[in-house]
Design a protein. Structure first.
Lengths: 550, 420
């Protein structure tokens, strides 16, 4: 199909241009109306308006639409609300899938089955974010390039219709020389910090063009941000571990060659006179700190037989809001536990038949010896539990690696016992002994032997445990750079406005048109002020062409 | 005389000044039509006086803020009372900026009652200074809260202007289905504002009468390491209990109009801190708000919107639309910085992750997404004026849900301590 796209001013426009790229004369359908002009992107043709689109064009057209972008934003917004109905899986350190049904009944079960318990990691949510990313890129490219072309080659003398159909427009008859008037008005606009280009009796005054690039810079920042967020899925870019370290101990940090040592942990509470009445008597922590040292392991890492070789690389007092940082590794104060726990005990072995008592012997809870000689008897340690429990299949197991409920399984050998020995379970904490039924487990042996701590002087407790959250997030700098670029774009776009004023004087008749991308109120007052300064009668409101984009 | 008593004195002064300024703005708007005067001169004179009073109110509010800061030793932004008074102050700052640009006394007629409502609501929460737990001892947090509040304040002014637009353009003589729908929703919006006022009045009435009831609540929670913990705590009510906390027993209930025991129990899915009490408060608010609304309707004998509509005669709706949009456009970058970027920096320092999909974070993101959709829609034909104003109303609803609703029904890291 042939289409004549040449404007009367002689400029050859690409098809689908709505305002001549050179003189601004309305073209095509735009020429048929007398409403204020649709000035978006200065009426240039965009790639997305191409005729006979192929598949790629169709995809491009889809994502280049602002309407589609808004729909994507709204769907994401609604999708995100689902994830706030119940707590998400990631808020639990030990996640148990039955949580939802147990706590919320059938709705909870459905919630879990629909995968809403991990809304923000679900495929549809990530897809939405990727689609928003595509929309950001394509919307921006589709507009910024033609807009750049249009703004960098603006003609000063515009078509009369272009001026009278601006939203802010003015016309008046002048007395005096046309060129003199043009010069005078140009000077007044210059005082308002406009860049003025005059061409005999026509003039273009423009300011803050840079604000037009604000949205695109904002979008670039958002893309960087989104890419950084997606990059966190790259193996090794992100790590999230928790370690509990007792005072005076060093523990390896999983997934790394580092060890962290807790030299000392302190917690300070608010005194009663610092608290308001309602909170008096409560333990409100004021400050807690782990004096920590970070070591790098150079040999024998993870070996149980050999001592690891450690080299200190950093020391830091870890506070909430003040992590230890070393080469991208960050250790955060997460939690603490000041409950006293057994460290070592010195129990005695009693032969219940003879009434004879042997010992005491030193039994370390955390690092027990493989064998103990107690009187004529030999106690071989078969296994030890720190936090004893009986699991679902009825076997003894550990709940955690904290000595909350220590238990020892000994093999006792000695006089009057079979040569291969007899097993004996020992729970040092009296309530555990009752709770887990030590005497029942031991059967006949319970009538033969007893192991007991006779005096509190024979009990030693461990220090406080500090829980640290160990993180690596290599994407972090990019996340913040993206956010910062985006903010710069927003500020540029919202706190400045691109204003342009065109005017031409034809035989004593002044015609003026002005355009801005935002804040018409400000533009009207500015133009009115300039006109008044030139001695022309103009009320800001009267400049309004009534042209809302309704 | 110490800093804290100066602060509470200044708070009362600010409240009184705002009320006076509100009346003055009303006079400057409706007095135009009084006879024996020239409308333009009347507006100029009275809006000038009103602006002086609202600025004095803001000055007193600033004294309140800084005196409390000096007295507490930390910036007062850490509990509901402090946050809401801060939000009120920020709305006044946003209003003052927009008033300086547009000189519209009408804006004062709508922004001031909003501020008054918010700071009166703030006074419902405990006002004592609370020492900060370690995670709140961060400068980024302070920047986050102040920045977010300022951004939201501009959204609030955008809402006030949007509401004015709707009141201006809704035609109460039009009986078409479309017009009736607009009339209904506009009236509903006004009703919601009356409910908030009803809530505040109820709380202060019962507090003045010294009403008390208390319950013992058992709660099963799961601690950080996955252990189940059973805690028992006492829940104190200051409003008669229509609804009692989930899984609780009454300890003492003062009878009120024959109501001597709760009528029903709060559902278990309400997770927030003291959800039962808050739910009870919501029921009371709706009851008293509805009664208050009914009384207003009895006096006016027509919809409240139809009472306000004629006052706005002769005001260019396009100006209102522009103010609403401009306010939101100014607020958006501030909200992005304060509500999201500073929040991410703080979260990174305190918890080791810049984003954790905590409900409050998600709702801040939803707010941001909503206003970005709004700003994009402003680029399209057909989304100015009416639709845009409705969006500014919905947007503010989302803001208020993020600030208060999330704490009411969803538990999370941001659960502020506070009664009601």
């Amino acid at each position: 199909m042939f289409e004549n796209t040449k404007c009367e001013c002689g400029h050859q426009n690409p098809p689908d241009t709505t305002l001549c790229e050179s003189c601004g004369k309305p073209l095509g359908e735009e020429a048929l109306s007398d409403r204020p002009l649709e000035m978006r992107y200065d009426g240039v043709a965009r790639r997305s308006q191409k005729k006979n689109p192929n598949l790629i064009d169709r995809v491009w057209n889809f994502f280049s639409s602002v309407k589609v972008a808004v729909v994507l934003i709204v769907i994401t917004l609604i999708g995100a609300t689902f994830g706030t109905i119940y707590p998400q899986e990631n808020t639990f350190i030990n996640f148990d899938p039955s949580y939802y049904e147990e706590n919320y009944g059938l709705p909870g079960k459905i919630y879990y089955m629909l995968g809403l318990s991990h809304t923000y990691e679900s495929w549809w949510f990530i897809t939405l974010l990727v689609m928003i990313g595509a929309s950001l890129v394509i919307c921006s490219l589709d507009r910024v390039l033609p807009l750049y072309r249009a703004l960098s080659k603006q003609q000063v003398r515009k078509h009369i219709q272009f001026l009278t159909r601006q939203r802010v427009t003015y016309a008046a008859d002048l007395d005096g020389d046309d060129e003199e008037w043009t010069r005078k008005l140009g000077e007044l606009l210059g005082k308002k910090r406009y860049r003025v280009t005059a061409e005999k009796t026509a003039l273009l005054a423009e300011k803050n063009r840079f604000s037009r690039w604000g949205p695109y810079i904002n979008h670039i920042g958002l893309i960087v941000f989104l890419l950084a967020v997606l990059a966190r899925a790259i193996p090794g870019w992100q790590m999230d571990q928790y370690v509990g370290v007792r005072e005076g101990e060093a523990v390896p940090i999983p997934e790394t060659h580092y060890y962290v040592k807790n030299l000392d942990f302190e917690v300070e509470y608010y005194a009663d006179d610092e608290l308001p009445d309602r909170l008096k008597g409560t333990l409100r922590p004021k400050r807690f700190v782990t004096k920590a040292e970070l070591y790098v392991c150079e040999a024998n890492c993870g070996s149980t037989a050999l001592e690891p070789v450690l080299r200190k690389v950093k020391e830091h007092d870890i506070l909430v809001n003040d992590p230890l940082e070393y080469k991208g590794l960050k250790l955060y104060q997460f939690d603490y536990d000041t409950t006293p726990r057994l460290k070592a005990i010195r129990p005695v072995l009693t032969d219940l038949k003879s009434g004879e008592t042997y010992g005491p012997f030193e039994l370390s809870i955390l690092e027990p010896e493989p064998e103990y000689e107690v009187g004529p008897y030999r106690l071989k340690l078969i296994t030890r539990f720190l936090d004893f429990t009986v699991n679902a299949s009825g076997e003894p197991a550990n709940l955690s690696n904290q000595p909350n409920a220590p238990a020892f399984l000994f093999l006792i050998q000695g006089p009057d016992l079979p040569a291969e020995g007899e097993t004996f379970f020992y729970f040092p904490i009296p309530t555990d002994r009752e709770r887990f039924g030590q005497d029942l487990i031991n059967g006949e042996m319970a009538e033969r032997f007893d192991i007991r701590v006779t005096d509190m002087a024979n009990v030693e407790f461990t220090g406080d445990v500090s829980y640290l959250n160990v993180r690596v997030d290599r994407a972090l700098p990019y996340v913040f750079v993206g956010a910062f670029i985006s903010l710069i774009g927003l500020v540029m776009g919202f706190y400045w406005q691109h204003r342009r004023v065109w005017l031409r004087i034809d035989d004593g008749r002044l015609t003026l048109g002005a355009h801005t991308n935002k804040n018409w109120y400000g533009l009207r007052s500015e133009v009115a002020a300039v006109l008044r300064a030139a001695g022309l009668e103009a009320d800001p409101k009267s400049l309004d062409n009534g042209g809302r984009n309704k | 005389m110490n800093w804290l008593s100066i602060s509470s004195g200044a708070f009362l002064a600010a409240f009184a000044l705002y009320c006076v300024a509100f009346l003055l703005y009303v006079i400057s708007v409706i007095g135009r039509k009084w006879n024996n005067r020239e409308p333009a001169a009347h507006t100029r004179k009275w809006s000038g006086i009103a602006f002086v009073f609202s600025s004095l109110g803001l000055a007193a509010h600033l004294v309140f803020f800084f005196a409390r800061w000096a007295g507490a030793g930390h910036i007062p932004t850490s509990n509901m009372y402090e946050f809401l008074t801060l939000l009120g102050m920020m709305i006044m700052i946003a209003f003052t900026i927009l008033y300086a640009i547009y000189r519209s006394p009408l804006l004062g007629m709508f922004a001031l009652p909003l501020t008054i409502l918010i700071i009166a609501y703030a006074a419902v929460f405990p006002q004592e200074v609370q020492p900060l737990v370690p995670s709140l001892q961060s400068n980024w947090l302070r920047l986050h809260v102040t920045g977010a509040a300022l951004g939201e304040a501009f959204f609030a002014v955008g809402f006030a202007a949007g509401l004015m637009y709707l009141l201006r353009v809704t035609d109460y003589n039009d009986k078409s289905a479309f017009a009736r729908r607009s009339q209904f929703w506009l009236e509903f919006s006004l009703y919601v504002l009356v409910v908030v006022a009803g809530f505040i009045i109820t709380v202060f009435a019962f507090r003045g009468a010294g009403y008390e009831a208390s319950f013992l609540q058992e709660e099963l929670s799961i601690d950080a390491r996955g252990n189940e913990v059973m805690t028992t705590r006492t829940v104190e009510y200051q409003l008669p209990p229509i609804v009692k906390p989930h899984a609780s027993e009454a300890v003492s209930v003062q009878p009120f109009l024959g109501l001597d025991r709760p009528l029903f129990e709060a559902p278990g899915w309400m997770n927030g801190v003291n959800a039962g009490r808050k739910f009870n408060t919501v029921i009371w608010s709706i009851l008293s708000g509805t009664i208050l609304y009914g009384l207003l309707r009895l006096i006016a004998r027509k919809p409240l919107g139809a009472v306000i509509h004629p006052l706005l005669d002769g005001i260019d709706p396009d100006d209102l639309d522009e103010i609403s949009y401009r306010s939101i456009a100014i607020g958006f970058p501030i909200f992005t910085l304060g509500g999201l970027i500073f929040a991410m920096i703080w979260a990174e320092q305190a918890w080791g992750r810049f984003w954790g999909w905590d409900p409050k974070e998600v709702w801040a993101l939803i707010t941001w997404l909503f206003y970005s959709a709004y700003l994009h829609l402003r680029l399209s034909r057909g989304w100015h004026g009416l639709k845009s104003s409705w969006l500014s109303v919905i947007g503010f609803l989302i803001v208020m849900f993020t600030l208060i609703g999330v704490n009411l029904i969803i538990a999370g890291l941001h659960s502020y301590a506070g009664v009601s």
